[in-house]
Ligand binder design. Structure first.
Ligand SMILES: [Zn+2]
Length: 68
């Protein structure tokens, strides 16, 4: 993976996290999906009432983050 590819992945992850965080509901855990910002595959996420999120693109070696 080149530095440029790595930067693109980090950027897509950060933007995906922001998108998941925008779906936070203070009263319940939210599960959903949206098109991956990097590859367009389905990206499944969970948003917790405490503002933590996690998400994973259905494509291998793509956007993926755990609770943070
Ligand atoms: Zn992806």
């Amino acid at each position: 993976m080149t530095t440029q590819q790595f930067a693109a992945l980090v950027g897509a992850t950060a933007r995906s996290m922001a998108q998941a965080r925008s779906r936070v509901d203070p009263s319940q855990e939210v599960r959903g999906s949206f098109p991956c910002l990097k590859c367009g595959s389905s990206l499944h996420f969970r948003a917790y009432p405490n503002q933590q999120t996690e998400g994973r693109c259905s494509a291998a070696r793509c956007v993926n983050w755990s609770r943070q």
